[in-house]
Design a protein around this ligand. Structure first.
Ligand SMILES: Cc1ncc(COP(=O)(O)O)c(C=O)c1O
Length: 402
């Protein structure tokens, strides 16, 4: 009997691959020094590990540019703030969607209120898909950025990035993508998809620890730094250096966090090579791994989806059938507020879910779930087991039938 049946991987993935815990521990013990600040061997080696992680992540995301354009941040919220505040100014227009997380919405509302930036938020269909033509209609001559959530953290719907990119490419706007719920599950090819700025968080599908994230910025794009400070180099310069990553990376980075991401990247590659051959490049090995991870997660979500839709009184939101999605499923039980459902699943069955608005208020306005105080969200992961799914279904059935 398990102590917990964890269904909150959309909040943060747990557990992590063993290799992540092991390398974070060993590297922090052996190289817990300040990288890029000092010339001694240990500091140089710590810096080398960080440089290697930038290269691994660039390859993982199909970014063929300079790996120094992979900038480490605290999380996706930090990345999105840096990018939005650093790109948008008075008179600019930005297009986004009603599926966004508050890490996009709040900076945009703030910029609208304080800096005469105008935002247009396009809607989506009942299952959570944005029509690229709606983005086309929203574009203006002054549109500087189109920022979209790749996969909804409430509904699990996965947007057709290539179709959106094609529309954005007809304008002068930059395409910025929030990959929080898709990175580590769905292959993302920044170059092939024409993504200009990519925000990722380390602690979800990328299997790193909390407190680390990043931003990948295509060459030629100028993001004004939001934070200024020490970079360990060019200290005589009065302003933040123009060169990346220091242009956007001020202060000491998280060595344990980056070590975790480093080990996770190698774990992805090893999984892919085990399945499809030792000869694969990092990019191809990771894509092979994602194929397996996605298959496992989709099987879990398909079982949950089918079983939950069959229970009387249960309403499942979001994608139905074979539409493109990630393993995030929102539901409600008639007559029980979402938070109460979540609390009872935990107390009675040790099923850990997230209940509420999931920091995406507009999704609930459109879904009419504000009155139920949001939805109950199940997000299985690669390490979820069949008995977890069975327990979740049994638990919801019991709750719905009492
Ligand atoms: C779609 C989406 N965007 C942004 C975020 C913010 O991520 P973080 O809390 O790691 O900054 C999340 C996290 O829940 C998310 O699901």
């Amino acid at each position: 009997m398990k102590e917990h049946h964890y269904f909150d991987n959309a909040s943060t993935s747990w557990p992590k691959p063993e290799a992540v815990y092991a390398f974070m521990d060993s590297f922090f013990r052996s190289h817990g020094v300040n990288p890029g600040r000092s010339g001694y061997q240990l500091a140089i080696e710590a810096e080398q590990m960080i440089g290697e992680t930038r290269r691994l992540l660039a390859a993982f995301f199909g970014f063929g540019g300079d790996p120094n354009r992979v900038v480490f941040t605290q999380n996706a919220t930090d990345s999105l703030n840096i990018a939005l505040f650093g790109l948008l100014g008075p008179g600019d227009h930005v297009v986004s969607t009603r599926l966004e997380h508050n890490s996009v919405l709040r900076p945009l509302y703030h910029l609208q209120r304080e800096s005469r930036v105008e935002a247009t938020l396009v809607g989506r269909d009942a299952q959570g898909y944005v029509d690229p033509n709606d983005i086309r209609s929203a574009l203006r001559a002054r549109t500087r950025v189109v920022v979209v959530n790749h996969a909804s953290n409430v509904l699990g719907s996965l947007q057709d990035l290539d179709a959106i990119a094609e529309v954005v490419a007809t304008s002068d706007a930059l395409l910025m993508v929030d990959t929080c719920q898709s990175a580590g599950v769905v292959p993302i090819d920044m170059d092939a998809s024409g993504i200009d700025v990519l925000a990722f968080t380390g602690h979800k599908g990328l299997f790193g620890p909390s407190g680390i994230g990043g931003l990948i910025v295509r060459e030629g794009i100028d993001i004004r730094p939001l934070r200024m400070g020490g970079t360990g180099a060019d200290s005589l310069l009065p302003f933040q250096p123009e060169s990346y990553p220091h242009h956007l990376e001020a202060g000491t980075v998280s060595v344990p966090g980056i070590a975790g991401l480093n080990a996770a990247q190698k774990w992805f590659a090893e999984l892919g090579r085990e399945r499809e051959g030792e000869h694969l490049s990092h990019t191809d090995a990771c894509r092979a791994a994602l194929h397996s991870i996605d298959a496992v997660e989709r099987a879990h979500i398909a079982r949950l989806d089918t079983a939950l839709r069959d229970i009387e009184g249960v309403q499942v939101h979001g994608p139905a059938g074979n539409r493109a999605r990630v393993a995030v499923l929102s539901m409600n039980i008639a007559g029980i507020p979402a938070e109460q459902t979540g609390a009872m699943l935990d107390a009675d069955h040790h099923v850990c879910v997230r209940s509420g608005l999931h920091c995406a208020p507009l999704v609930h306005e459109d879904q009419s779930t504000v009155g139920q105080l949001g939805t109950v969200r199940f997000s299985p992961g690669y390490f979820t087991e069949d008995d977890d799914i069975e327990m979740a279904i049994k638990a919801v059935r019991e709750l719905a039938c009492t």
